[in-house]
Ligand binder design. Structure first.
Ligand SMILES: Cc1ncc(COP(=O)(O)O)c(C=O)c1O
Length: 446
């Protein structure tokens, strides 16, 4: 949070925010951009590699990285070049282009189970389409989603995203995320706790003939970062098959980030349908639904619809194509680097916290993780995430920001690094984290 007492000069950000609020409700077009800021968000101006600069000239190492989209950093030269080149041809046409085939081929070569691919523009659209496809091919209406998981802004998935009340673990409440979602839609969603196969099976039994799909973030990344325990993803797949539902992995966060083939490759479990966005484009707006050929081929005239003016627009495809090319270089060495640097950062943060006497669980994988301020050895589901200490996180965030490291102030967001981050960045982050954890200790006490 940026408080009046902050040592950071953010006068221009404050001025812009006050101006924005007169024109744009709450001042922003995506409410997460103000979540957790006490006074005003910080307005950014420029990005280069792992670094960003705000409108007051403050410089930061970026650990938010466009909410995980900027897998190759800000303004990656290869992506910039591809975009400039495409600008010489066209930005949008409304007819198919060859580059669509190029990106589909690249995705296929990286991702297990991506027999076929359809392009759209955001993670929200991708999960909306995947759910519709699942409903159409199974002829069923209901979906199972997990408590604390986020799949975008459409009504079908906006239940129990960040509920304050959760109910019993055997029968979690189904809480709409915001007003305006029809009660009829609520009927189509069943909420299950994460990492609890027994409750999931109970739900599947109860709605035996009416679950079209189980939709899961294979690594939960919107309640901090929560890993699947043991064989949990495999169990999801087996349960989906047993109860004749499709398994949808929402890899909007994990796709092209945790491995070249995303969480499917990382855990060795494939889903029937998979959604991508964020790191697919490396900073341009693009998303995709991919999956099994027999399912994907049900999309077509007179069958399941799919459309959009900006779907597969040449500009985004050009950016995505260059982005995937950069990731593929030197036999995808980007991924070992992301894991190695991110792993060092995770380990270093845990050590600094311990040295300061602050209890934390740093959890996730190198390219995607979060720090929970908790006495628990590990956070295993949303309910446990809710018990983490928000004041401690706020103090940590404030100190890191003042020392030049940009994190999201909302503890349910996460840390993502990029191929542009360096060992020097990691060293710098860890050296300032040591003070940040000591400041947390002073705030939260023994
Ligand atoms: C797992 C997941 N799914 C879907 C979405 C929605 O994507 P978008 O913001 O591109 O609509 C997000 C966004 O954060 C996400 O993290």
């Amino acid at each position: 949070m940026v408080e009046k007492t902050s040592s950071l000069n953010t006068a221009n950000s404050l001025r812009l925010y006050l101006e924005a609020k007169k024109l744009i409700p709450s001042g922003v077009s995506s409410l997460k951009r103000i979540a957790g800021f006490e006074s005003h968000p910080i307005y950014m101006k420029r990005g280069e590699g792992s670094r960003i600069e705000d409108v007051d000239g403050n410089r930061f190492i970026d650990l938010l990285m466009g909410y995980g989209a900027l897998i190759n950093g800000h303004r990656n030269p290869r992506i910039m070049e591809a975009l400039k080149k495409q600008l010489e041809y066209m930005t949008l046409c409304g007819a198919p282009t060859e580059i669509e085939i190029d990106v589909a081929k690249k995705m296929r070569s990286m991702v297990p189970s991506a027999d076929m691919v359809l392009f759209c523009n955001s993670g929200t659209e991708a999960t909306m389409h995947a759910i519709r496809i699942a409903r159409a091919v199974t002829g069923k209406d209901r979906i199972v989603k997990f408590e604390g998981a986020y799949h975008g802004q459409h009504d079908y998935v906006l239940f129990s995203v960040e509920p304050m009340e959760t109910g019993l673990e055997v029968s979690p409440f189904r809480i709409p995320y915001q007003p305006g979602i029809p009660e009829e839609i609520a009927r189509t969603v069943v909420v299950s706790p994460w990492n609890n196969p027994q409750v999931l099976e109970k739900i599947l039994k109860r709605y035996r003939n009416d679950i079209a799909a189980i939709i899961a973030e294979p690594i939960m990344g919107n309640s901090g970062v929560i890993m699947p325990e043991g064989d949990y993803l495999k169990q999801l797949k087996e349960l989906a098959q047993k109860y004749e539902a499709l398994l949808i992995f929402d890899e909007v966060l994990t796709g092209f980030r945790v491995a070249k083939g995303g969480a499917q490759e990382y855990f060795g479990v494939t889903a029937d349908l998979v959604t991508y966005a964020k790191a697919l484009g490396g900073g341009v707006p693009i998303a995709a639904v991919a999956g099994r050929r027999d399912i994907m081929e049900m999309v077509g005239p007179g069958r399941i619809g799919f459309g959009g003016t900006y779907n597969a627009n040449p500009l985004s495809l050009a950016g995505a194509s260059a982005n995937l090319e950069v990731l593929a270089e030197n036999e995808y060495s980007a991924y070992s680097r992301l894991h190695s640097l991110g792993g060092k950062l995770m380990k270093g943060l845990a050590e600094e916290a311990e040295a300061a006497g602050v209890n934390v669980s740093v959890q996730g994988v190198g390219p995607l993780f979060q720090i929970f301020f908790t006495d628990l050895p590990k956070v295993r589901n949303y309910r446990e995430a809710l018990t983490a200490d928000d004041d401690a996180y706020a103090a940590f965030h404030q100190s890191m920001l003042e020392q030049g490291v940009y994190l999201h102030p909302d503890p349910f967001e996460r840390i993502t690094i990029s191929t542009a981050h360096t060992q020097e960045d990691i060293d710098q982050i860890l050296s300032v984290a040591s003070r940040a954890f000591r400041e947390v200790k002073a705030v939260v006490g023994a």
